[in-house]
Write a new protein. Structure first.
Ligand code: ADP
Ligand code: MG
Length: 381
C-alpha cells in the first residue's frame, strides 16, 4: 500500500501556556477529501498552519509522501514554499493591485515554474476550470466575493500541489453563494482528485464535501469517520452533539440481562437490546442516553416493525411547532422535560394536543456519563 500523502504524528503547538494543538495525529490518503471539523478555538487553523509550515510546531512529526517536513526534536522545519502545498484562506487574500491573471500566475513566478508560455497556458487553464477565463484581465478586487474566492482557489491549484488546504473558505460568503461554492469545490475536487484537508466549523459543509471527517475539540481529534457514520452512529457524546440536533438525558440502568437493558430516564423507560449497546454497563450504571429528532417515528408504528423494534414509546403534549424549508419541528413536553421531534410530512396536530412518538432501537445511543466522571476527578484534585 502506498503511504498516506500526509502523515501527522503527535503534532503539538503552544502559545505560552495555551496548548492550541495537543498531540494531534491524522493521516490523509492520496486523493482523499478530509475535513477537520470542530468548534471555534479548538485549534483547526493552528493545525493547518503547522501543516503548511507557516507556523513552527513545538513537537511531533509530519511527512508528505514519506518525506519528513517537520520534526522540532530533530531541528527539521521545511519552509512553506518547499512543502508542495496549496492553501486557500477564509479571507480571500488575493493581491488587490494585480489582475486576476497576475494573481494566479504569481505562485508560478515565485517558484520559477515553467517558461513564460507554459505559465500563460496553465493560468488560462486554471481560470477556465473555475469559470473565470473571461475575467482574466480584470482587477482582482473588481470581482464579487465568490469570484475572488475562485481566484484564490485557482491560485492554490496552479502549482499542482500534492495537498490542498482550505481554512473556512466559505465563511465570508452569503448563504446562497456558500451553497454554490461548496458544490463548485466538490466538483473540482472530484475532477482533480486532489488530496485535500478542509477546515470548517460547519457540520453541514463537512458532511456535504468529505470522504472522512476528523472531529476536533480542545486541540485533539475526538473521533474520525465517514460523514454518515459520524452523524448516525457516533462513538462519543461530543460527536452526537456536534453532528446535529439531538435529545439527551441522564439514564439509570434498572434491569440488565442477556437480552438487554431497561434504562430509566426523566421522559420514561427505554428498553434496549443487548446488540445495540457498545458500552460496559450493569444494573445500577448511570449513563447518558441520546436520540436524534429526525430518527423518531410518529404514533402509528411502522407496519414492518413490531414493538420490540422500538426502545421507547413516549407520550407528551405538543408545545410548539415550527416549519423549516426541509422539515417541521415539534417541541413535546413530557413530565416537565422537552424533546424535539422532526418530521418531513407536517402532522395533523395542534399545540396543546397529546402526541405519541416512538424511538427505534437502532437510533438510541448510550454513552458513558462523563459529567459525573469529571465531577469525581475534580473532587480528587
Ligand atoms: P480555530 O481555527 O479552531 O478556531 P485556532 O487554531 O485559531 O482555532 O486557535 C486555537 C487556540 O490557539 C485558541 O485558543 C487561540 O486563541 C490560540 N491562538 C491561535 N493563534 C494564536 C496566536 N498567534 N497567538 C496566541 N494564541 C493563538
Ligand atoms: Mg480558524
Amino acid at each position: 500500500m502506498s503511504p498516506p500523502t500526509l502523515r501527522v504524528e503527535g503534532l503539538t503547538k503552544r502559545y505560552r501556556e495555551n496548548v492550541a494543538v495537543d498531540q494531534l495525529s491524522v493521516d490523509i490518503k492520496e486523493g482523499e477529501f478530509k475535513s477537520l471539523l470542530g468548534p471555534s478555538g479548538c485549534g483547526k487553523t493552528t493545525t493547518l498552519r503547522c501543516i503548511a509550515g507557516i507556523e513552527k510546531a513545538d513537537a511531533g512529526r509530519m511527512y508528505i509522501n514519506d518525506e519528513l517536513v517537520s520534526a522540532p526534536d530533530d531541528g527539521v522545519h521545511v519552509k512553506p514554499e518547499n512543502r508542495d502545498i496549496g492553501m486557500v484562506f477564509q479571507s480571500y487574500a488575493i493581491w488587490p493591485h494585480m489582475t486576476v491573471k497576475e494573481n494566479v500566475r504569481f505562485p508560478l513566478k515565485v517558484r520559477g515554474i515553467g517558461s513564460k508560455e507554459d505559465r500563460e497556458e496553465r493560468v488560462v487553464e486554471m481560470l477556465k476550470m473555475v469559470g473565470l477565463e473571461r475575467y482574466k484581465d480584470a482587477m482582482a478586487t473588481d470581482l464579487s466575493g465568490g469570484q475572488q474566492q475562485r481566484v484564490a482557489i485557482s491560485r492554490a491549484l496552479v502549482i499542482e500541489p500534492e495537498i490542498l488546504l482550505f481554512d473556512e473558505p466559505l465563511s465570508n460568503l452569503d448563504a446562497k453563494l456558500r451553497r454554490e461554492m461548496r458544490e463548485e469545490i466538490k466538483r473540482l475536487s472530484e475532477e482533480l482528485d486532489i488530496t485535500t484537508l478542509y477546515v470548517t466549523h460547519s457540520q453541514d459543509e463537512a458532511m456535504f464535501l468529505s470522504d472522512t471527517i476528523a472531529l476536533m475539540n480542545e486541540g485533539k481529534i475526538v473521533e474520525e469517520n465517514d460523514p454518515e457514520s459520524l452523524h448516525t452512529n457516533p462513538d462519543s457524546l461530543f460527536a452526537m452533539d456536534f453532528m446535529g440536533h439531538t435529545n439527551t438525558f441522564q439514564g439509570h440502568v434498572t434491569e440488565a440481562d442477556e437480552s438487554g437493558f431497561v434504562i430509566e430516564t426523566p421522559i420514561g423507560d427505554f428498553t434496549i437490546d443487548e446488540s445495540q449497546i457498545h458500552l460496559e454497563m450493569t444494573e445500577g450504571s448511570d449513563i447518558i442516553l441520546s436520540f436524534r429528532p429526525k430518527f423518531c417515528d410518529y404514533r402509528t408504528p411502522d407496519r414492518t416493525r413490531n414493538d420490540r423494534d422500538y426502545a421507547a414509546s413516549l407520550e407528551g403534549v405538543l408545545e410548539q411547532k415550527a416549519a423549516t424549508r426541509d422539515f417541521t419541528e415539534y417541541l413535546i413536553a413530557i413530565e416537565g422535560n422537552q424533546i424535539t421531534f422532526r418530521s418531513l410530512e407536517p402532522l395533523d396536530h395542534d399545540v396543546g394536543d397529546n402526541i405519541q412518538i416512538r424511538v427505534p432501537q437502532e437510533h438510541v445511543r448510550v454513552f458513558e456519563d462523563q459529567s459525573r466522571f469529571k465531577a469525581a476527578k475534580r473532587q480528587d484534585a
